[in-house]
Design a protein around this ligand. Structure first.
Ligand code: APR
Length: 251
């Protein structure tokens, strides 16, 4: 299982939320990323999301997301869970992606509920309107809103049953997504964190690989590909990572 956050898109030029140059240093969550802010100022909220859509439309996936797409091809049993709304994992080639916080390219009507994907970097008018006349909102999960139940349940199931769990480029500060590394560890998965600095969940990891995701993940993918070639296998049928350490009465 690979669990990602904003850090995996950082090397493509997508700002993260916290840390240096994080969006929340410059913008106030309560002004832009809550249902209340949208109800009060739909145009202002849309100007911010439009700025982010326009920015994301001009960039390409970096080697980090590209390596995760390779992982999906390596393992028979693979699951990608992301907090990111930027769509970079889709563009990198991952097919099965559980998007916990929605998708910035989705537009959803607050009146009739109609939802559609719209990749226009700049929308003709802000706020955009639905054919029913209702307001369209970005298809993302705002603070104070529930995560999509089916998606979260699938993510929990994958977390509870995975053997190997990568936590990549997330500060692990936003609940309930931040619980996934904790649950993976509790369920005896081998937990590996990839981050430029230890996250709030680093203590749950068996290994913390400090560095850029765009450098570490391709190296991991290359060594995995080499290992599989050595095993004469196209795909890994079972984890070749040392789970025995955990099953001998570990934590
Ligand atoms: N490689 C690996 N990790 C990186 C890189 C990089 N190149 N650059 C930054 N990071 C790490 C940072 O050290 C930090 O731990 O990525 C993390 C980004 O953390 P946040 O900005 O908090 O983003 P994220 O964890 O995804 O936030 C969770 O919060 O604001 C909400 O809905 C939003 O989905 C988001 C959620």
């Amino acid at each position: 299982m690979v669990f990602t956050g904003a850090g995996i898109s950082a090397e493509s030029g997508v700002p993260t939320f916290r840390g240096q140059d994080g969006l929340w240093n410059e913008f106030r969550v309560e002004d832009l990323a809550t249902p209340q802010a949208f109800a009060a100022h739909p145009k202002r909220v849309w100007e911010w999301y439009s700025w982010r859509r326009e920015l994301i439309s001009r960039i390409e996936p970096n080697p980090g997301p590209l390596a995760v797409a390779k992982f999906e091809r390596f393992f028979l049993s693979f699951c990608l869970v992301t907090q990111n709304v930027d769509g970079l994992h889709d563009r990198a080639g991952n097919e099965r992606i559980l998007k916990l916080h929605g998708d910035i390219w989705e537009l959803r009507c607050v009146s009739c509920g109609l939802s559609r994907i719209d990749f226009q970097a700049v929308l003709p008018s802000l706020p955009p309107l639905c054919e029913c006349g209702g307001l369209l909102r970005p298809g993302v999960v705002w603070f104070g809103e529930m995560l999509p139940v089916d998606v979260f349940e699938q993510a929990m199931h994958a977390t509870e049953s995975c053997d190997l769990f990568f936590s990549v480029g997330t500060s692990a500060q936003v609940f309930p997504a931040s619980q996934l590394p904790v649950i993976a560890r509790q369920r005896s998965a081998y937990v590996v964190e990839v981050n430029i600095e230890p996250s709030a969940a680093a203590y749950e990891a068996h290994e913390v690989l400090l560095g850029k995701a765009g450098e570490i993940l391709p190296a991991l993918a290359a060594s995995l590909q080499g290992a599989m070639a050595g095993l004469g296998r196209g795909k890994v049928h079972q984890p070749s990572f040392p789970r025995t350490r955990e099953s001998s009465g570990g934590t």
